[in-house]
Structures are given as structure tokens and as C-alpha cells.
Design a protein around this ligand. Structure first.
Ligand code: HEC
Length: 160
């Protein structure tokens, strides 16, 4: 009887161990995938020259509303008295990363005054390359996780 109980316990242990192994194989399989994804995505291919140019253009044109570090206006989530919003951060602490590249370009080109917002259009003052450089500059401030999430959003938008 004692032997039988011991055998039974042993069997249970083996079963538990086996199920643990199979679980850990699942999760280690997917985490490896995540690691590979991360390593490839970390390559932002940002050119230092573009970042530098983008910063200068940003400082000249955008700081007045979006802040010197692209940190956004204080209380940017609180409406102004007229119902519009102050300028949000572009440095990764706001929601600019929710928007695919094309949407970011469109906002910068056309502004938001036409939509009842406060941002003027830049299409007659900045070239496409200059707009791209500014985007590269503020994206270089985003943490890896955020940039990777943005890449997925951008990829999806391109497939549409
Ligand atoms: C006069 C103030 C003002 C200036 C100057 C300005 N912006 Fe904005 N920007 C805003 C406001 C306000 C918003 C939020 C949309 C709204 O409610 O109008 C915004 C939104 C944005 C967004 C979308 C962010 C998001 O989270 O959705 C981007 C990108 C952006 N601005 C980039 C720029 C760039 C680049 C420049 C300079 C070339 C610039 N802005 C200059 C006021 C400004």
C-alpha cells in the first residue's frame, strides 16, 4: 500500500514535470521569436545627418507649440478655453506613435486648422524631405518598444 502511494505520487510528479516542460517549450518558442523581432526592428536605419537636419528644422518651426524637446505643451490633454487642444508631445510620451508615417506627414503638411485645431499647414514652407527629417528626429527619441509598435501600425497601414 505504501509502495503504491509512493508510486502514484511519483507518477503525478512525472506528469506535472512533463506538462511544465511542454508549457515552457511553448513560451520559450514565442519569446525567441520576440527576441529575433526585437533585434531586427532595432535597426531604425536613421541617418545621423537626417536627425541633425530634422532637429534644426524642428527647433526653427515647431518648438513654439510642441516644446523645445518635443515634450508638448503643459497640460496638453486639457482643452483650451475655446475647445481646441494644446500641442501634444512628439517625443514618445504622447500618441504620435499611433499614426502611420503617412498620417504624420499629412498632419504636418496640412495642419489641423482645417479640422478646427490649432496647427498651421507646412506644405508651402517645408519640402517632403524636410518633413521626413523632422519625423526622423522626433522618432529617434522614441524608446525601442514604442518604435516597434509604431512599425507594426505603419506596416499594417501600408498593406491596406
Ligand atoms: C501653432 C502651434 C503649432 C505649431 C507651430 C506646430 N504644431 Fe503640430 N500640433 C499643434 C496642435 C495643437 C496639435 C494637435 C492637433 C490639434 O488639436 O490641432 C498638433 C499636432 C501635431 C502632430 C500630430 C501628433 C499626434 O499625436 O497626433 C504632429 C505630428 C505635429 N503636430 C507635428 C508638428 C511639426 C513637425 C511642426 C513644425 C513643422 C508643428 N507640428 C508645428 C500645434 C502646432
Amino acid at each position: 500500500m505504501i509502495l503504491q502511494t509512493a508510486l502514484f505520487r511519483y507518477l503525478i510528479l512525472v506528469l506535472v514535470a512533463l506538462s511544465l516542460i511542454s508549457c515552457s517549450q511553448d513560451s520559450s518558442g514565442s519569446s525567441e521569436q520576440t527576441i529575433i523581432e526585437k533585434a531586427t526592428n532595432q535597426e531604425r536605419n536613421f541617418d545621423a545627418e537626417h536627425i541633425k537636419r530634422g532637429r534644426q528644422l524642428y527647433l526653427k518651426n515647431c518648438t513654439v507649440c510642441h516644446g523645445i524637446y518635443a515634450e508638448g505643451a503643459t497640460d496638453w490633454q486639457q482643452r483650451n478655453a475655446d475647445g481646441t487642444f494644446p500641442a501634444p508631445p512628439l517625443n514618445g510620451t504622447g500618441h504620435a506613435w499611433h499614426h502611420p508615417h503617412k498620417a504624420l506627414v499629412d498632419t504636418i503638411k496640412h495642419g489641423t486648422i482645417r479640422l478646427g485645431g490649432n496647427m498651421p499647414p507646412w506644405k508651402d514652407r517645408l519640402s517632403d524631405q524636410e518633413i521626413n527629417d523632422i519625423i526622423i528626429w522626433f522618432q529617434s527619441k522614441w524608446p525601442d518598444e514604442l518604435y516597434q509598435a509604431w512599425q507594426r501600425i505603419d506596416k499594417k497601414a501600408q498593406q491596406r
